[in-house]
Design a binder for this molecule. Sequence first.
Ligand SMILES: Cc1cc2nc3c(=O)[nH]c(=O)nc-3n(C[C@H](O)[C@H](O)[C@H](O)COP(=O)(O)OP(=O)(O)OC[C@H]3O[C@@H](n4cnc5c(N)ncnc54)[C@H](O)[C@@H]3O)c2cc1C
Length: 404
Amino acid sequence: MDLTDRTEHLAFRQEVRQFLDKHKATAPEETAHSFRLSPRPYTDTVKAWQKLLVKNGYAGRTVPKAYGGYGAEPDILKNRIIADEFFAADIPQGLYSQGISMLVPTLLEHGTEEQKKTWIGPTIRGDVMWCQGYSEPNSGSDLASLQTSAIEDGDDFLINGSKIWTSSAHITPMIFCLVRTEPDASKYQGISYLIFPMDTPGIDVRPLQTMTGHPSFNEVFFTDVRVPKNAVVGGRGNGWKVANSTLKHERGMLSNANGSLERLNKISTLLKKEMLDGRPLWENKNLTDRFVSLQARVQAMRFHEMRLLTRTKDGKAPGLGDMICKLLGCELNHQLDALAIDALGEIGVLYDGIPSAKEDGIWQQWYMYDLGLIIGGGTAQIQKNIIAERGLDMPREPRHQKGS
Ligand SMILES: Cc1cc2nc3c(=O)[nH]c(=O)nc-3n(C[C@H](O)[C@H](O)[C@H](O)COP(=O)(O)OP(=O)(O)OC[C@H]3O[C@@H](n4cnc5c(N)ncnc54)[C@H](O)[C@@H]3O)c2cc1C
């Protein structure tokens, strides 16, 4: 793909740069990433920045105006220019979250007109946060075996059951949730996708401490939770299809080459700044060998993304290319974090709140958190199975037979 800017794109790049020059002073210091590391409601500064981005087409860019977006025509090169210019200026491009990055595109694809009008605008502006109620204690990788039930009762469903690993459920006012509405239908047919408020009576949220030291996910229990039937997205019993649309967007959210490059650049600064026996770490052969090998992988991810961009531009589906981004990108980030921690030597094992930890212990937090992302959104093993079976045409692994 030829990435040289054409006249229209050159002008657009200038426009983005001018916007950044004019507004950089009001950009928040906190990034979307810091809210994911330690989930909490968005601050007013972050929300004001997000609103400015939506208004100018740098967030919610292709979301129709009728639903609160900017209403631009899809243009993948412009998207790339925006991402690259914000990255080069070291300015946060805006929020990504389960609501913004996963639910909004799902609603655009499957939601009713009323659902789109009610939820998309407030979500992309950062005013409403969402959690994702998919996993259950006995249904993770085999998600379609989920058992939380929603039984019809007049104009409502009555929900009973429980979810686990529900990120941010302790702070989000809304949930998108998979439930079984047709107990007699086959495994994939009986599921529905519901959206409802977390303060509905009968919901009990219990935070779980992760190894990051922060409560980032939760157990959620439902006892006779009454939700109106019009809370179904994409039609009753059609939830598996809708859920997969959300999962596709989740994989896209969990890794991107610019994010990996940002870490690599930070490590380069770290290796040049930190000293060992009076010499900069940059001269330590073990560390630089690891650095160069990771640098090659970051570049490979960038080229892989460009290949996907070319496919999209040519009107082709990304195929399993997105899964490769999720699988390799999340593992790559974790290995980058590990290099930074090793470079910090004995200081690398200090954690949260210890004053002598370097850079507020951010590498240690990322190291713990990024391990979770290799699991969340579908584990690395499951991604490998799918890539092998559907992408490389390898034999399917034996499936568990009912009753065996
Ligand atoms: C940080 C984080 C955030 C999360 N956030 C959410 C959230 O917001 N909402 C939500 O619903 N869920 C969330 N999850 C849950 C996540 O989706 C599940 O943990 C994941 O799908 C795996 O399910 P499980 O934990 O039940 O593991 P299991 O499915 O029990 O798997 C256990 C191990 O067995 C392996 N395994 C299982 N089946 C196979 C197979 N067929 N072939 C090879 N290996 C296999 C897995 O790879 C894994 O290593 C989150 C998880 C993490 C870590």
